[in-house]
Design a protein around this ligand. Structure first.
Ligand code: 5GP
Ligand code: ZN
Length: 134
């Protein structure tokens, strides 16, 4: 399979590795939006969170927590955003499940959260409809 992140795991493409265990791998994003911007991925190939196994989802979450604390400490960050895109409409560009760990500083000028736009909605109806699809 022609997957850039599978190649990074195998060492066929170089990366700046931060951490690896039996199931997960963490490395610096090639095009960082802040110092310490790290990607955490499962070693198994899954397209994104929606199709990843429950086991890999949990294992990635565990590594994300570990990395978030490490980058916060390393860069003396004021906060950390955890971001993750599923599908092109959501901004996903590499189709191997990955989680962004982004250290944040007060007034760093990044507009990741809070959002710039809110919508109105019929909350009770919406909650029921989503619940039906669980
Ligand atoms: P997405 O937009 O899919 O959520 O994020 C993909 C991320 O992967 C981007 O932030 C991009 O900079 C990073 N990326 C793409 N190709 C490579 C690569 O070859 N090496 C590394 N380290 N990061 C990559
Ligand atoms: Zn892959």
């Amino acid at each position: 399979m022609d997957c850039i992140f599978c190649k990074i795991i195998k060492g066929e493409i170089p990366s700046h590795k931060i951490y690896g265990d039996e199931h997960t791998f963490a490395f610096l994003d090639i095009n960082p939006i802040s110092n310490g911007h790290t990607l955490v991925i499962p070693k198994h190939h899954h397209e994104n969170l929606l199709t990843a196994s429950e086991e890999d989802t949990a294992l990635v979450a565990k590594t994300v927590k570990k990395i978030a604390n490490a980058v916060k400490k390393t860069f003396n960050a004021d906060g950390v955003n955890i971001l993750q895109a599923n599908g092109t409409a959501a901004g996903q560009s590499v189709f191997h499940y990955h989680v962004h760990v982004v250290p944040r500083m007060e007034n760093d000028g990044l507009h990741l959260w809070p959002p710039t736009k809110r919508i109105g909605h019929e909350a009770a109806q919406m909650a029921k409809a989503i619940n039906k699809n669980l």
